[in-house]
Design a protein around this ligand. Structure first.
Ligand SMILES: Nc1ccn([C@@H]2O[C@H](COP(=O)(O)OP(=O)(O)OP(=O)(O)O)[C@@H](O)[C@H]2O)c(=O)n1
Ligand SMILES: C[C@](O)(CO)[C@H](O)COP(=O)(O)O
Length: 371
């Protein structure tokens, strides 16, 4: 079974306020949309399609992006049409504004789709229901058989595409579209925590829930390369003219190696040598960008977002200050991170030790990963 996720993120989040649309706002160390994408990856769903507003961009690898429409159902339709050229068997349609969706909930929807063509999570209404007018209770309603709908709402792809193509009016969600087309939709257990960020107060609620559930990982990396012949060094992806070069099997980018090892360390995935053995000639002279991009992909596959990295280069010369901004930009590009999450700094060792004697350069790095 080919299963894909379609995450809609083209809304403007007017009810949430705050200027920036809610899916792009920070929540517990990453953006709301990052959490939603990571949740599907953590659940083992790698075929991820995002629907974005034409004004927005999202630098993330391994996802397909389509532009949305003025309404949620229009955005879903655009996403489904874009997927139709290489359709999955099943599609899970999810709000980017629901960052707390769990792997267990996603698995329940998928399991139901093995038996039926449409299934969606919901939570039974447990509070009494009133009608109100002018601040007064004007009546009560039965709560029997009432459910609060959540996402991801899952469907056989062909069936929901046909239902959206046949839809005539506005719809609250994809279950409404499916039912209008005659599909039977099974209710699966939703989760209270799977809230949709809608109003300003929902950010604080979601943050609290995330803190309770969050898996935060720290990793450290340390690397040293000795000086040899040469007229430049490559540090954090930037070529810096220097009277000597750094020796190593690859391009000897000691800073990038330390960061890469910090990410592998946070994942308990060994170090660069384990993934790219120095005994393998194909890595001779390789650009270290390959190693760093691999570590970032591995983190994403495990459902972790990189929250920040911090690297310190230890050398007397070359002077790092004039190049630090370029190094930050380059590292952020490779890691697909906002540059404010990337710190590159340097220190001397007061002329002490091998770095003080200018025999080589050392680098130490820390990475924080969040799921
Ligand atoms: N034209 C739209 C409207 C909504 N959505 C997405 O549908 C999900 C649920 O919608 P909602 O919570 O209503 O989001 P907004 O429309 O952004 O919020 P608001 O109504 O407060 O402006 C969100 O992930 C939102 O980005 C979308 O892709 N395209
Ligand atoms: C799809 C949905 O999340 C189901 O609860 C919801 O209907 C979408 O948000 P909206 O606030 O109704 O636009």
């Amino acid at each position: 079974m080919k299963i894909a996720a379609l995450i809609v993120a083209a809304g403007r989040g007017l009810r949430a306020g705050g200027g920036t649309p809610k899916q792009w706002r920070p929540l517990a160390g990453a953006r709301v949309i990052d959490h939603a994408v990571s949740a599907f990856r953590a659940a083992g769903i790698d075929d991820i399609h995002l629907v974005l507003h034409p004004d927005d961009t999202y630098e993330i690898s391994g996802v397909t992006i389509t532009h949305g429409a003025a309404t949620r159902d229009g955005s879903v339709r655009n996403g489904l049409e874009a997927m139709a050229t290489d359709p999955p068997d099943l599609v899970l349609i999810h709000d980017a504004a629901r960052p707390l969706v769990s792997s267990a909930l996603i698995a329940r929807v998928v399991a139901a789709l093995e038996e039926v063509e449409a299934a969606a999570p919901a939570v039974a209404v447990t509070d009494a229901l009133w009608r109100g007018e002018n601040g007064q209770v004007s009546g009560t309603e039965s709560r029997d058989n009432l459910w609060r709908a959540q996402t991801p709402q899952g469907f056989r792809f062909d069936a929901i595409l046909a239902a959206h193509r046949a839809a005539t009016g506005p719809a609250a969600d994809d279950v409404a579209v499916a039912r209008a087309a005659g599909l039977a939709v099974r209710i699966v257990d939703g989760e209270e925590d799977n809230l949709k960020i809608t109003t300003p107060g929902d950010f604080a609620r979601a943050e609290k829930l995330m803190e309770r559930q969050m898996d935060v990982r720290l990793g450290n990396g340390y690397d040293v390369h000795r000086f040899g012949e040469g007229d430049h060094v490559v540090l954090c992806g930037v070529r810096v003219p220097h009277g000597r070069g750094l020796q190593g099997h690859s391009d000897a980018d000691v800073g990038m190696h330390a960061v890469t090892d910090a990410i592998y360390g946070a994942l308990a995935e060994g170090d660069i040598g384990r993934h790219f053995p120095p005994s393998d000639p194909q890595w001779k002279g390789a650009a270290s960008e390959i190693f760093l991009a691999h570590a970032c992909t591995l983190a994403a596959e495990r459902g972790y977002a990189i929250s920040n990295i911090d690297v310190t280069l230890v050398c007397e010369r070359p002077k790092i200050g004039p190049h630090a901004a370029d190094m930050t930009t380059e590292m952020a590009r490779i890691m697909q991170l906002d540059p404010t999450r990337v710190s590159v700094k340097a220190t001397t060792s007061e002329r002490l030790g091998f770095t003080g004697r200018e025999e080589g350069i050392a680098a130490i790095a820390t990475a924080t990963l969040i799921k």
